[in-house]
Design a protein around this ligand. Structure first.
Ligand code: ADP
Ligand code: MG
Length: 210
């Protein structure tokens, strides 16, 4: 089983959006996939429930309690962890000790960039991250690529000591699909395919890490 932790101490950065779309990608790719929902708001559990009748369903697992590992059925090939807002690395040890990769979504605003730095600093203190055994990738989320604000944020993110593994555009498509238990990987229209392309570098980076 490969485990990907999607985490950021900042609320609203896109953890659930990244976790659910990534889980759907694995499921569409034919992997038995589960989401470990560690957020008491249970957004990704609700998303899984809406998807339950699809042949690319994703199993929701309650990740808010100790002993969650006992609830991961044999045969799960990909486990995506959706962390709660506010959690720093010390609160995520049970996941950091086991994960194969960590994805940190960040919004392109000074407030979000500044709030994410202490979280990344807490991550680097973890021995597996420090020794280079646990790769950490940044996802810039809700970009409006034609704005100076987004471009400045990208320049800043490229200076951080972690790779910028994806630049996801701001689009209502994510909001609408989330409400249906769907993802960008469930559609084939030209417009949605252009959003799938945004995920390609992240998927390539993950392939190297898994
Ligand atoms: N790329 C995006 N474009 C448009 N809306 C987005 C995008 N990513 C996230 N959102 C919306 O922003 C809100 C917060 O995202 P969410 O994934 O729930 O963040 P978190 O789990 O970190 O709190 C949600 O309403 C979500 O649908
Ligand atoms: Mg969430």
């Amino acid at each position: 089983m490969r485990m990907i932790l999607v985490a950021s101490s900042k609320g609203g950065a896109g953890k659930t959006t990244v976790a659910t779309n990534l889980a759907a990608h694995f499921a569409v790719d034919g992997k038995a996939t589960a989401i470990l929902d560690a957020d008491p708001q249970k957004s990704s559990t609700h998303w899984c429930q809406k998807r339950a009748a699809m042949d690319t369903a994703v199993l929701p697992i309650d990740g808010s309690k100790r002993g969650w590992d006992k609830h991961v059925p044999d045969g799960v090939q990909r486990l995506v962890v959706d962390a709660r807002a506010g959690a720093m690395a010390d609160d995520l040890l049970a996941f950091l000790d086991r994960a194969d990769a960590v994805i940190v979504p960040v919004l392109p605003s000074a407030i979000d960039l500044e709030a994410t730095v202490p979280f990344l600093n807490s991550l680097v203190a973890h021995p597996r991250v420090k020794k280079g055994k646990l790769p950490v990738g940044i996802v810039a989320n809700r970009l409006k690529p034609w704005t100076t604000n987004s471009e400045q944020a990208i320049t800043q993110l490229k200076g951080w000591p972690y790779p910028l593994v994806a630049q996801l555009r701001d689009t209502q498509a994510y909001v609408l699909m989330a409400a249906l238990g769907k993802s960008v990987f469930d559609y084939h229209s030209e417009q949605i395919r252009s959003h799938q392309d945004d995920w390609a570098p992240l998927l390539r980076w993950l392939k190297k890490s898994l």
